[in-house]
Design a protein around this ligand. Structure first.
Ligand SMILES: CC(C)(COP(=O)(O)OP(=O)(O)OC[C@H]1O[C@@H](n2cnc3c(N)ncnc32)[C@H](O)[C@@H]1OP(=O)(O)O)[C@@H](O)C(=O)NCCC(=O)NCCS
Length: 150
């Protein structure tokens, strides 16, 4: 196990990671959403601090990613709220602590912007993510999600 963590590295996500992220997302969800990721990773790149989106690699292969943000950062407005937007770990590499390493690194980076509260949204049926965020110390917040279909 120590061998595994020795090999695991974390670095900032770049636009060149697009293909790797699409591949992981496709493995996780069973469908390719390339346009979605082009928007998130390339078109919206300047709306997030560069150290709020991270990837983990093993032997140079991207095996997981996390996208976070700092509210107001884009507009240079100081804000104590951070977000975890998305996290995804290659199914072949899940249950080894990689998501925990990524989320811990992201939280540390968000704190350097003055963030003291981090939000994330999880689908009520997404048991894996709910369990993961619970294990990371997240609890239910005060906001509820309202929907109007028109
Ligand atoms: C949820 C997810 C991020 C967890 O990644 P992971 O690398 O397997 O998680 P880790 O091994 O780092 O686990 C960290 C902690 O969460 C817990 N955990 C993670 N997944 C869990 C699960 N399904 N059930 C129970 N606990 C879980 C672990 O037990 C661990 O707890 P511990 O710190 O007390 O030991 C991963 O399963 C995933 O990417 N799922 C798909 C998410 C998704 O749909 N993303 C959008 C599209 S890519």
């Amino acid at each position: 196990m120590s061998n595994f963590f020795d090999k695991l590295t974390v670095r900032h996500l770049t636009k060149d990671d697009l293909d790797s992220i699409v591949e992981i997302d496709t493995k996780v969800l069973g469908e390719a959403r390339r346009e979605y990721w082009v928007t998130k990773i390339i078109k919206e790149a300047d709306t997030r601090p560069s150290d709020a989106s991270l990837v983990s690699e093993i032997d140079g292969k991207v095996v997981g990613f996390i996208l976070g943000e700092v509210s107001g950062w884009e507009f240079k407005v100081p804000n104590n709220i951070g977000w975890i937007d998305t996290i995804g770990i290659d199914p072949d590499y899940q249950n080894r602590g990689i998501a925990k390493v990524l989320a811990t690194a992201l939280v540390a980076n968000l704190k350097t912007y003055g963030v003291d509260t981090i939000y994330t949204l999880v689908n009520w049926n997404d048991w894996d993510l709910l369990q993961f965020f619970h294990a990371m110390g997240f609890s239910r917040g005060d906001m509820i999600n309202l929907v109007l279909k028109v």
